[in-house]
Write a protein that binds this ligand. Structure first.
Ligand code: FPP
Ligand code: MG
Length: 326
C-alpha cells in the first residue's frame, strides 16, 4: 500500500467526519445553488489540507472533534480559491470534472466561490469570537490573493527570478498549507516553539507541493492529473521548471522559448520545444531535487515535536508531496 493510502487509513474516521461536515455546512435550500456548490465540494481531490489539520492536531496531543470543523474550513477556502483560479486561468477541467465556468459560466463560478467564503465565515463565527483561527485565516486568504495578483501581474515578465517566483508560490500555495498545520497545532498546544515548527513544516511542504505541481503540468497526462496537461504552457504561464530552464538557455533558445510561450503559437511545436529543453537541461530531475530539499527541511522542523504516529505520518506526507504523480 502506498504511504499516502496508509496515512488516509490511519485517520479514516476523521476524514469521513470531515466529508460529512463539508456537505452539511455547504448545503443550500436552493436546488441550483446546491447543485453548483456540491459539484465542486464533492469533486474529489486529495484532501491534503484537511489531512494536515487532523495530523497536526494529533501530533500536538489534541483528541477532540474541533479539528473536523477547521479541516472543512481550510478545504472550503482551497476549493473556493480553485474555483476562482479556474476562471482566471480559463481552465476546462479540475479534479476530473468540468469546471464551473465551463458548465455554467463565469458568473456562477465567481458566485459559488463567494458563497463558499461566506460559509467559511459563518463556520468560524460559530466556533468563538475570540478564535485565533479567524486571524490566521484572514491573513492566509489575504496572502493567497496577493500571491495570485502578483503572479497575474508578472505573467508576461520573462525575467522573473527564481526567488521572486518562490515568494509568489509561498503565498498562493504555501500559506494555506501552513495555516492548515498551524490551526491543527493550536488545538493541542500553546507552546510557541512547537507552533512555529509545525508552521515551518507546512510552509516548506507547500513550496515543495507547488514546484511538483508545476512539473506535473509538463510530465503527466490529463487523465491522471484530472486537469489539462500543459495547461500552464498553453496559458504562457512562467512556472518553476520554465524559469529554471530559461536560466540555462542560450540566446537563441531564449528567443524560441518566448515565442512558444505565446498562446497563439502552434501547441504541438511548443510542447516539443519545451520537452527538448527538459531533456537537455535535466529540468525535471533538478526541480524534483529542489522540491525534495524543501520536503527535507519540512521534516527537520518536526524534530521539535514528540515522536508519535501522527508526526511519522507528517514526515511521510512530506515525501509523498514530492513523489506523487497527480
Ligand atoms: C492554483 O494555482 C491556485 C492557487 C494555489 C491559489 C488561488 C488563489 C486565488 C484565486 C486567490 C483568491 C483566494 C482566496 C482564498 C480568496 P495553479 O493555477 O498554479 O494550479 P492549478 O494547475 O491546479 O490550477
Ligand atoms: Mg490554475
Amino acid at each position: 500500500m502506498s504511504s499516502f493510502k496508509q496515512i488516509v487509513e490511519l485517520i479514516a474516521d476523521d476524514l469521513t467526519a470531515v466529508e460529512t461536515k463539508l456537505t452539511e455546512q455547504t448545503a443550500s435550500e436552493y436546488s441550483f445553488v446546491d447543485m453548483a456548490v456540491q459539484h465542486v465540494v464533492e469533486g474529489g481531490g486529495k484532501r491534503l489540507r484537511p489531512i494536515l489539520v487532523v495530523l497536526s492536531a494529533k501530533a500536538c496531543g489534541y483528541e477532540g472533534n474541533d479539528a473536523h470543523t477547521l479541516a472543512a474550513v481550510v478545504e472550503l477556502i482551497h476549493v473556493a480559491s480553485l474555483v476562482h483560479d479556474d476562471v482566471l486561468d480559463e481552465a476546462a477541467i479540475r479534479r476530473g470534472r468540468e469546471t464551473l465556468q465551463t458548465k455554467w459560466g463565469n458568473k456562477v463560478a465567481v458566485l459559488v466561490g463567494d458563497y463558499l467564503h461566506a460559509r467559511v465565515l459563518s463556520m468560524l463565527v460559530a466556533r468563538r469570537a475570540d478564535d485565533p483561527a479567524m486571524a490566521i485565516l484572514a491573513d492566509t486568504t489575504q496572502a493567497m490573493c496577493e500571491g495570485e495578483v502578483i503572479h497575474a501581474y508578472k505573467s508576461g515578465d520573462f525575467d522573473i527570478s527564481e526567488d521572486e517566483y518562490l515568494k509568489i508560490i509561498s503565498f498562493k500555495t504555501g500559506k494555506l498549507i501552513a495555516a492548515s498545520c498551524t490551526l491543527g497545532a493550536h488545538l493541542g498546544t500553546t507552546d510557541k516553539q512547537r507552533l512555529e515548527a509545525i508552521t515551518n513544516y507546512g510552509q516548506h511542504i507547500g513550496t515543495a507541493f507547488q514546484i511538483v505541481d508545476d512539473v506535473l503540468d509538463f510530465t503527466e497526462d490529463t487523465d491522471k492529473l484530472g486537469k489539462n496537461a500543459f495547461g500552464d504552457l498553453r496559458e504562457g504561464k512562467l512556472t518553476f521548471p520554465i524559469i529554471y530552464a530559461r536560466s540555462l538557455c542560450n540566446a537563441d533558445e531564449k528567443q524560441t522559448l518566448e515565442r512558444v510561450l505565446n498562446p497563439n503559437t502552434d501547441e504541438a511545436a511548443a510542447i516539443a520545444f519545451v520537452e527538448s529543453l527538459f531533456q537537455r537541461y535535466s529540468v525535471e530531475a533538478h526541480c524534483l531535487k529542489v522540491a525534495q530539499g524543501y520536503a527535507d527541511h519540512a521534516k527537520a522542523a518536526l524534530a521539535a515535536l514528540t515522536e508519535t504516529p501522527a508526526r511519522r505520518a507528517l514526515e511521510q506526507l512530506a515525501d509523498y508531496v514530492v513523489a506523487r504523480e497527480s
